[in-house]
Structure formats: structure tokens, C-alpha cells
Design a protein around this ligand. Structure first.
Ligand SMILES: [Zn+2]
Length: 213
């Protein structure tokens, strides 16, 4: 009889990396679009090339995560219960612009053509990702408009999901008797017709306005 070689049922790899490094790589993977390889690269970069940056990042994350909440009125990020914009007496409370993300609010503010209030959805309807009316706190928006009647301007993106969100919100708010408008699509400032895509040009034609002499 000759001896049979028995393979161990579970081969444990020898530990080649310190556990704190494993933990850092695992933690970095919470960022959107970061897979195991990128997380590993980021971790190596921070530890090998930028320890000061790593500590600063850790500190800012800690401070931001513990101190930033949502403004009770506009739902934007804020360190106070009500953000500076909502607390300002200079804003026109008869207008409420609904945007998807805080970056959209900043863009709108940069135009300096809007002096009303905002409501930031922090996303858009996306049933495939499990984001519905409940996740986007539409009830808070409706309550807000009921408590402070105003015209609502829907400024969600012109994507399939942004349009669906605007459509859903329009029905929801119109059922409450709220005046609702949607920002217009059109040609970019300085744009030439031959360089614009046909969808934008068609929309600009549909949303044409009378020329006032
Ligand atoms: Zn606010």
C-alpha cells in the first residue's frame, strides 16, 4: 500500500500585508467607482507619498461626517439647522427651485439670475437603483410648499431620470394646487445652429417664444 497525499481542505495564505493596510483598502472601496485595484493604488499612494495628505483627509472626513447635516428647509448640506441661504432675508420666498444635487444649486447661483429659494433632492428617481419618492423625501418638499406657498421651478437634469423626476414632481405638486414650471431647454449662449445636436434644436423649436418688439 502506498500513502495517499491528502490536500489540506483550506489553504490559508500567509499574511503578507499588515491588517491596518487591509482595512484602509477595504474602507476606500466605499467610494463610488473604486474597485480593489484603485483602492490599493490610493492606499499605497497615501502611505508612501503623502502621509500629511492622508492625515488631513482622515481629519476632514471625521469633521465633515460628524458635523454636516441637511438644512431643514432646502435639504442641502449645512452645518446649521437652517443654512445661510434659507436664513437670508434677501431671497424671494415666492419661488422655489428644485435641483438634483448641491452642485446644481451652486451652478444656478453662479448665474446670478435667480434670487428665490431652493430644494435639493440629493438625487433623482432611479427605480433600478432602488431610489424612489420615499428615498428622495418628496413628502418634505410637499410639506415645505404647503407651509410656504410658492411657485415651484423644476430644474432637474434633462436626462431620462431627471425628466421622469420632474414629471413625477409636477403631478404631485399640481395635485396640491401648486404652480409648477420646468426650466427651458434650448441653444447654448453663443451656439451656432449647425453645431447643435438635433434633439436640442428640436426642443428649442418647440419651446420658442414670441419676439416682443
Ligand atoms: Zn437651506
Amino acid at each position: 500500500m502506498h500513502a495517499t497525499f491528502v490536500m489540506p481542505s483550506r489553504v490559508m495564505p500567509s499574511r503578507v500585508m499588515p491588517s491596518h493596510l487591509d482595512e484602509l483598502i477595504a474602507a476606500l472601496r466605499c467610494l463610488p467607482g473604486v474597485g480593489p485595484k484603485s483602492a490599493q493604488r490610493m492606499a499605497y499612494h497615501l502611505l508612501q507619498r503623502d502621509r500629511a495628505g492622508a492625515l488631513r483627509l482622515a481629519q476632514s472626513l471625521e469633521l465633515a461626517a460628524s458635523n454636516i447635516r441637511h438644512c431643514g428647509k432646502c435639504n442641502n448640506f449645512s452645518e446649521q439647522e437652517v443654512c445661510a441661504l434659507c436664513a437670508s432675508a434677501k431671497r424671494d420666498a415666492s419661488l422655489l427651485c428644485v435641483v438634483e444635487m448641491p452642485a446644481d444649486l451652486l451652478m444656478m447661483e453662479q448665474t446670478q439670475c435667480y434670487r428665490g429659494m431652493y430644494f435639493v433632492l440629493m438625487g433623482r428617481l432611479s427605480p433600478l437603483d432602488g431610489i424612489g419618492a420615499k428615498e428622495l423625501h418628496f413628502d418634505r418638499l410637499v410639506r415645505r410648499v404647503q407651509e410656504h406657498p410658492c411657485e415651484v421651478i423644476l430644474a432637474t437634469n434633462f436626462t431620462v431620470e431627471g425628466d421622469a423626476t420632474a414629471h413625477y414632481l409636477a403631478s404631485l405638486l399640481q395635485a396640491q394646487g401648486v404652480k409648477v414650471s420646468r426650466i427651458a431647454r434650448g441653444l447654448p449662449v453663443g451656439g451656432e445652429l449647425e453645431q447643435v445636436d438635433s434633439g436640442t434644436l428640436a426642443q428649442a423649436m418647440l419651446e420658442r417664444r414670441e419676439v416682443l418688439a
